[in-house]
Design a protein around this ligand. Structure first.
Ligand code: HEC
Ligand code: HEC
Ligand code: HEC
Ligand code: HEC
Ligand code: HEC
Length: 647
């Protein structure tokens, strides 16, 4: 089909598409008016406009892919913007080269291993400043030890981060097998995209880059080489041991998951499609809606996004506070709506003891947490009495002390928690050649702990398992990633068993799952070098000023009853016999609650009906004469009668 017949065939669709846009409901939060769109386009003018041989600055895409002042192109059916420039600009990937944590950490690694500082920098820039790195290597301008931080600081294309052309120039060449930022870059300035037959009447003329359909853009493989990272272990003297350590394996974790088989790609979650498509460019004005993947690209790192927003001037970032806020809101929504399910339920309880089971189920397409080894998630569990008094608390957090009860060295993975100084932390802990915990990436030699929650369908029999294995302690836990003996639940169950003396009334159990992207303990060792690096000192002061409160991912509550037995069918009554001054209390069994509770005397005369919560908490029978009575519980399809005695 020639281009002209193609356009002619689809012209009627343009009208239908616009009709839908005009009648769509409003979404005020993300909808830009004419003035805001113009202001944003102006701000976007600050993006890099450098033109390289193989890459071009993201500022050169603004003309046609920034928010449309007329509100017609690059909007969804509600009129909210889906401009890739607007969405991408305040993400971590867009800011990966100016990220102050990253810059500080590169200096830290170089200070620990000064003899090969430059080759370390050449590794770090491959993924965090790919346009600068590949441009320098492909054009032969990189120095003998590669593309360094000094090169980057002078290079706008590198500082553009993971710019538009960093992703859109990736060729489809053995993508699944790549790692460490080893990207196959297209040498003819092709800009691959996700929809068939893009119209190239303007784009290549203005930018030198030709829009072309590439099926690989729709698949996880295009993310693989930057989201698979291994290092060459160094000993404490800085000598390579010849060993390889798998530091980040997000892509491989996804390969070993049910999402892979179900065709749920990275893009399905991180670049959700616009329903009904969107017009891909603001020029020319006769385009029709196409498949459109929103460039949300958020994970869990709300902490660094806030830190960047609050230091945007110092860091020379181009995104506006409004853009940061919407990326932060998306990140928090991804953590709170798409990350984990949490449940808490009471187990059989013997006198003087409470037992609750907490289940955490990972919903993400890879481990939770995944990615950078600093990330962690922890469970907070609180038991409160009838008067709201705290009976037990594991996993509380404070700005000064972090996670309460966390061991100074390594907090074990727990299957059962019985004391407040035990806390469940899902994390990866790196060990150096001597087996000590380390936060120096290049020293990672062994996995001391990795109980991050595997994705659903994760299997220890998978060919990629050796790169994504579960750490030593969690591997022995029979209900970690296993349900009824079979593997792949993507969940962990743990029990909280608490003695509380003779707590005789109902209790409340609350479980909370928290997430921390950059915990203090992980960066402290680096801050020890702040007198030797301005970048470390700069990040330290931003970090100290930031709000480090963990993000609440999920919360679940349950009530607990003394003497509860989930497997029993018969309810009981306590105390029985009951004497003056005591309250009549029903002890539930099973999960079904009675609809009606009635008190009778032995002759069968109804004395009163009692409310369920009253009966569970304790009902006064002070006005009853001594003698024998009955209580009748009426359930949906059965009833139960208990005889009781007032003495
Ligand atoms: C294979 C590509 C790749 C290479 C090479 C790489 N990184 Fe990263 N890095 C990533 C990815 C992907 C993330 C984000 C993962 C996440 O969000 O959990 C990341 C995150 C980070 C972060 C956390 C940033 C934040 O804002 O929280 C730091 C610090 C960091 N990297 C330092 C380094 C250093 C130092 C090097 C060189 C020794 C390096 N990286 C090399 C891919 C890479
Ligand atoms: C002069 C306007 C203009 C500029 C500037 C421009 N584009 Fe485009 N772009 C277009 C048009 C027009 C299309 C095709 C829309 C269609 O066919 O519906 C397009 C399509 C695309 C596609 C989709 C290809 C596909 O098949 O899915 C990608 C990817 C793309 N552009 C990336 C970029 C990048 C990256 C830049 C900056 C280097 C850029 N564009 C700059 C006008 C432009
Ligand atoms: C992290 C990699 C990445 C970055 C950075 C990125 N894109 Fe994309 N982009 C993609 C992928 C993947 C798709 C295909 C999504 C799909 O169709 O499922 C895409 C699709 C597109 C499309 C076509 C819509 C579609 O769904 O096919 C346009 C236009 C586009 N990108 C422009 C840009 C511009 C402009 C920038 C810079 C502001 C940019 N992209 C930055 C990965 C990226
Ligand atoms: C089923 C949906 C889903 C799929 C598929 C998926 N992700 Fe995620 N991803 C999430 C959610 C939800 C989060 C936030 C929770 C978290 O941090 O793990 C996340 C977080 C991340 C993070 C930050 C990790 C952290 O904890 O700091 C990275 C990096 C990431 N995803 C990359 C990828 C890549 C690359 C792929 C494909 C190989 C992918 N994701 C596939 C849902 C998904
Ligand atoms: C050129 C290398 C590169 C490519 C290609 C790439 N990423 Fe990333 N990605 C990174 C780096 C580096 C970071 C960390 C940036 C930082 O924190 O400073 C990152 C961070 C992320 C995050 C974490 C954001 C957060 O809030 O925690 C997600 C999610 C993500 N990438 C998804 C994707 C997806 C999906 C793709 C494929 C469509 C992809 N990436 C392709 C290098 C890349």
């Amino acid at each position: 089909m020639t281009r002209h017949t193609y356009i002619a065939l689809f012209l009627p669709l343009v009208a239908i598409g616009l009709g839908q846009l005009l009648t769509g409901a409003e979404n005020p939060h993300l909808r830009y008016g004419k003035d805001e769109a113009q202001w944003m386009r102006w701000r976007m003018g600050q993006l890099c406009t450098e033109e390289g041989v193989y890459f071009t600055g993201s500022g050169n895409c603004v003309n046609c892919h920034a928010p449309d002042a007329d509100g017609e192109a690059l909007v969804d059916e509600h009129g909210a913007t889906v401009s890739p420039v607007a969405d991408w600009q305040a993400t971590l990937m867009a800011n990966s080269a100016r990220d102050p944590f990253w810059q500080a950490k590169v200096d830290h690694e170089g200070l620990v291993n000064p003899t090969h500082r430059e080759s370390i920098e050449n590794l770090c820039t491959a993924c965090h400043a790919p346009q600068g790195y590949h441009e320098a290597h492909l054009t032969g301008t990189a120095g003998p030890n590669g593309y360094t931080m000094e090169d980057l600081m002078e290079d706008d294309l590198g500082l553009d981060g993971i710019g538009c052309t960093a992703c859109h120039s990736i060729d489809n060449e053995n993508l699944a097998g790549r790692s460490n930022g080893d990207l196959p870059i297209n040498e003819e300035n092709v800009s691959w995209g996700g929809f068939e037959n893009p119209w190239d009447g303007l784009m290549s003329g203005q930018t030198g880059f030709i829009p072309v359909y590439g099926e690989h853009m729709r698949n996880s493989e295009v993310c693989a080489s930057c989201h698979s990272l291994y290092t060459h272990t160094q000993d404490l003297q800085g000598e390579e041991t010849g060993q390889v350590f798998f530091e980040q394996t997000t892509y491989l974790e996804w390969v070993n998951s049910a999402f892979n088989a179900e065709n749920v790609q990275c893009q399905s979650c991180h670049m959700p499609l616009v329903e009904g498509g969107a017009i891909a460019a603001t020029q020319p004005n006769w385009l029709f809606p196409q498949r459109f993947g929103k460039h949300h690209l958020v994970g869990g790192n709300a902490f660094m996004l806030k830190l960047m927003r609050d230091n945007a001037v110092q860091l020379n970032l181009s995104a506006t506070p409004v853009q940061f806020d919407s990326t932060i809101a998306r990140t928090e929504a991804s953590l709170q709506q798409q990350t984990a399910n949490l449940q808490v339920r009471q187990l059989a309880t013997s006198p003087g003891e409470w037992a609750f089971e907490v289940e955490v189920e990972n919903l993400a397409g890879h481990k939770f947490p995944s990615g950078y080894p600093a990330r962690l998630s922890f469970v907070e569990f609180v038991l409160t009495g009838a008067e709201d008094d705290t009976l037990f608390h594991s996993g509380s957090w404070s700005p000064a002390n972090g996670i309460a009860g966390r061991d100074a060295g390594l907090e074990p993975h727990w299957d059962e928690i019985t004391s407040p100084d035990q806390v469940q932390i899902y994390e990866m802990v790196l060990g150096d050649v001597e087996g000590a915990t380390t936060q120096v990436l290049e020293r990672a030699a062994i996995l001391l702990k990795d109980n991050r929650l595997p994705p659903r369908g994760f299997s220890s029999q998978h060919p990629a398992y050796d790169t994504v294995q579960v750490g030593p302690m969690a591997a022995l836990d029979a209900d970690f990633n296993r349900r009824n003996g079979s593997e792949g639940s993507g969940a962990d169950r743990l029990v909280y068993r608490v003695s509380t003396g003779d707590q005789s009334s109902m209790v409340h159990a609350t479980a909370r799952l928290h997430y921390q992207a950059v915990p203090k303990r992980w960066v402290d060792a680096m801050f020890g070098f702040s007198d030797q690096s301005e970048r470390i000192a700069a990040f330290e002061s931003m970090y100290e000023a930031a709000d480090r409160t963990p993000v609440l991912v999920a919360e679940a509550r349950s009530t607990g009853w003394p003497g509860f037995d989930p497997d029993a069918i018969d309810w009981k009554m306590a105390p029985n016999p009951i004497s003056s001054g005591q309250l009549l209390r029903l002890v539930p069994a099973g999960v079904e609650m009675p609809r009606v509770i009635e008190l009778f005397d032995l002759s069968g005369r109804l004395i009163r009906t009692v409310d369920l919560s009253d009966a569970l908490l304790g009902h006064s029978v002070e006005d009853f004469a001594a003698g024998n009575y009955l209580v009748r519980l009426v359930f949906e399809s059965r009833s139960q009668t208990i005889r009781w005695v007032k003495s």
